[in-house]
Design a protein around this ligand. Structure first.
Ligand SMILES: O=C(O)CCC(=O)C(=O)O
Length: 337
């Protein structure tokens, strides 16, 4: 079973583990989401401590380790929503090339990008619109195959003629309690529209063109609720992604969050990324989860405008997987010394 899931994840770029959580756990998760304070919402999951039972769930860790093929790293990439609009755009998340940290990551032939997102959607997307749309296998294909043509659509009266996109598209029919694990290099979009004709699975473009016609299942009546966290293994791909996020935090901290509350938070002396705390380190060691400190480091430098004792210590402890865009270079830059 575990082996099948791993090969499915590697082959398709995603897999769905049905019913990982029972009804009580789903209720607990929903309640936790609803009751997060504004400060906790800005923090990553380890720093706010609210989702440790999920992050360290034995089954989640067993899957993570089998999928990444060894040591598991947490790097503070987590998000939750309640309520929240879905990100209805066709994209992959992996970033960084050796020439340009902002560029999308291109895979070598046969390379499986080693960063994965673990998502719990708390609504029933077997019947409703609003879940995750993916292109199976797209994590292994060149970017250009996925960035172009999304298929055509012609509507005359009530007849719809669909020219499919030149790649497979699937709407993930997750139900509350399911876990979906997807590769950061997989092309996907949030908030699919489920066409009432079950034989039609449309691209994002096609959905947008048809949106005005009443031909999609509704979204659930209550606000969309989900949570995501990432685990990765060693590799150039995840290394660049982690650094892209850290550099982004430094250059534009506001862009990480949608409003200015993050800036207000750090100005008041609080931190969103404090998963270098000793109690968290002890917990992670016990669960064999390693930590990449890039975000804590970026936040610390941004707050102080220089390398503090904490920043120097984080840098010493951080295991970068490659020397590209190393954060240690910031220490030499005049802006930060
Ligand atoms: O909102 C969603 O369902 C998908 C989120 C997403 O696109 C992402 O995590 O990159």
């Amino acid at each position: 079973m575990l082996r099948d899931l791993v090969s499915e994840a590697h082959r398709n770029g995603y897999c769905i583990i049905r019913g990982l959580l029972n009804d009580n756990e789903v209720t607990r998760l929903r309640e936790t989401l609803v009751n997060l304070t504004p400060y906790e919402k800005l923090q990553d999951f380890l720093s706010n401590g609210r989702f440790n039972w999920l992050l360290f769930d034995d089954r989640v860790l067993e899957l993570a380790s089998a999928i990444v093929g060894g040591d598991i790293f947490y790097y503070g990439e987590t998000s939750q929503s309640f309520p929240h609009q879905s990100f209805h755009s066709w994209h992959c998340d992996s970033r960084g090339s050796l020439n340009d940290l902002d560029a999308f990551y291109e895979v070598r032939d046969g390379e499986i990008y080693n960063g994965w997102r673990f998502g719990f959607y708390l609504d029933d997307y077997e019947i409703y619109s609003g879940g995750l749309k993916v292109s199976p296998g797209s994590h292994l294909r060149p970017l250009l195959d996925l960035l172009g043509h999304q298929g055509g659509i012609e509507v005359s009266g009530s007849n719809i003629k669909v020219t499919p996109a030149p790649y497979p598209i699937v709407n993930c029919d997750t139900r509350p309690g399911d876990l979906v694990i997807f590769n950061l290099r997989l092309f996907h979009s949030g908030g699919f529209l489920r066409h009432l004709d079950p034989s039609l699975t449309l691209s994002v473009d096609q959905e947008l063109k048809l949106k005005q016609f009443n031909c999609f299942a509704p979204e659930p009546a209550y606000p969309r609720a989900y949570l995501f966290f990432d685990y990765c293994g060693r590799g150039l791909g995840p290394d660049l992604y982690i650094k892209w996020r850290a550099h982004r935090l430094l250059s534009s901290p506001k862009s990480l969050f949608r409003d200015s509350s993050y800036i207000e938070l750090v100005r008041s002396g609080e931190r969103a990324f404090s998963y270098d705390r000793e109690d968290i380190q002890v917990m992670c060691t016990a669960h064999r989860v390693s930590l990449r400190y890039d975000r804590c480091l970026a936040e610390e430098i941004w707050c102080h405008g220089t390398f503090t004792e904490r920043a120097n210590e984080l840098l010493t402890r951080n295991e970068e997987f490659s020397s590209f865009y190393s954060l240690s270079r910031l220490r030499e830059e005049s802006q930060y010394n």
